[in-house]
Write a protein that binds this ligand. Structure first.
Ligand code: NAD
Ligand code: TYD
Length: 358
């Protein structure tokens, strides 16, 4: 047992969004114990949490979410009453190459985690009382929209296309099944594309900032006309905190930035900010744009209607896109060593050795 008011597991806390969620919770709930459960795949990097790793309310455990026994032991040892589940394989292009890894972690891993939570909580004296399993998902489960101004709402039927979104849709269904069948207290949120510091440079924004710095080509898929709705990652973390504490059990909430951008327009905006901050003449990096073959099954447009969250819990994004983009580019330029280590895989060897025997 411990002296904290509450112990919460955040899975995937060493990843991009997870690290912001952990930092946000440590900062806003100093009376909580935040247990970061992460397997440390290529996308997990404990360096993302260097600034808070010595906080008394922070604990890291290197565990695979599929490890049913280890998760149950951890939940029992620390009397865990909340799980915020972010651990996943998250990159669409990788899912097209290797769908099985996505099924293992996103589908079976989520199911295993649900089963662990169910076993521990059902057997505790208060049962499910005061407990919550909060599953973080994506807008990609809804499929793709046309250029007709329509938006994904919480009642849009699921129609995933990529192996990634199929695996996330499947995990969402399992979470709902545990709520509907066993009465487990669950909430799901489906969020649009996040951007900000600590994102692995395989995703569009950090990849392109890094390539601009190194004068490498910028591979725009297809004609660059696909549309994504972008949300600054700290706004997502704030929404997760709010929903974890104030959301209604059994509900789904969409989270979005009200900020649709065509890929090619986003790339031009990125070039503009990055060139300026690097002291290059305006437009110097435009020739780096290279149109390449389209992604297989590339979803045309995602756009989120987040009005339910706004209406019911009063959440709204705090940052304008221009400011978020400027902050993001500045962060990557100021943290080029992080980028170097991540792209060379140096950190992976370092932390794998460090936690090898845990
Ligand atoms: P990420 O790839 O940056 O991080 C994923 C983390 O999960 C890593 O730290 C990794 O080590 C860990 N992990 C992977 N498999 C694991 C396993 N079997 N056991 C324990 N840990 C494991 O991902 P992200 O972009 O931060 O996304 C986090 C979550 O948010 C995912 O569930 C994703 O589907 C969802 N999401 C992401 C976005 C986005 O724009 N990035 C948008 C909406 C929803
Ligand atoms: P990405 O960051 O991979 O997120 P998601 O596929 O989950 O939306 O990609 C964002 C958009 O950018 C998507 O439409 C694919 C496109 N894209 C490129 O054009 N080139 C690239 O090198 C990458 C990684 C993505």
């Amino acid at each position: 047992m411990n002296n904290f008011k509450r112990s919460i597991i955040v899975t995937g806390g060493a990843g991009f969004i997870g690290s912001h969620v952990v930092r946000h919770l440590i900062k806003h709930h100093p009376d909580y114990l935040i247990i970061n459960v992460d397997k440390l795949t290529y996308a997990g990097n404990l360096e993302n949490l260097k600034d808070i790793e010595n906080e008394p309310g922070y604990l890291f455990r290197r565990i695979d979410i599929c490890d049913h026994q280890a998760i149950m032991r951890l939940m029992t040892d620390y009397n865990v009453t909340g799980i915020i589940h972010l651990a996943a394989e998250s990159h669409v292009d990788r899912s097209i190459e290797d769908p099985f890894t996505f099924a293992r972690t996103n589908v079976l891993g989520t199911l295993s985690l649900l089963q662990s939570a169910r076993n521990v909580w059902e057997q505790s004296p208060e049962g499910y009382d005061g407990k919550l399993f909060y599953h973080i998902s994506t807008d990609e489960v809804y499929g793709a929209l046309d250029f007709d101004g329509s938006l994904f709402t919480e009642s849009t039927p699921y129609a995933p296309h990529s192996p990634y979104s199929a695996s996330k849709a499947s995990s969402d269904h399992f979470v709902r099944a545990f709520h509907d069948t066993y009465g487990m207290p669950c909430i799901i949120t489906n969020c649009s594309n996040n951007y900000g510091p600590y994102q692995f440079p395989e995703k569009l924004i950090p990849l392109f900032i890094n390539n601009i710095c190194h004068n490498r080509s910028l591979p725009v898929y297809g004609e660059g006309l696909n549309v994504r709705d972008w949300l600054y990652v700290e706004d997502h973390a704030a929404a997760i905190d709010l929903i974890f504490h104030k959301g209604t059990v059994g509900e789904t909430y969409n989270i979005g930035g009200f900020n649709e951008k065509k890929n090619i327009d986003l790339v031009h905006a990125l070039i503009k900010v990055t060139d300026r901050l690097l002291g290059r003449p305006e437009g110097a990096s435009i020739p780096l744009i290279t149109y390449v073959s389209d992604r297989k099954g590339h979803d045309l447009r995602y756009a989120i209607d987040a009005s339910k969250l706004q209406r019911e819990l009063g959440w709204t994004p705090s940052l304008q896109f221009e400011e978020g983009l400027e902050r993001t580019v500045r962060w990557y330029l100021d943290n080029r060593e992080w980028m170097e280590r991540v792209t060379t895989g140096e950190y992976e060897d370092y932390y794998k050795n460090m936690y090898a025997d845990r």
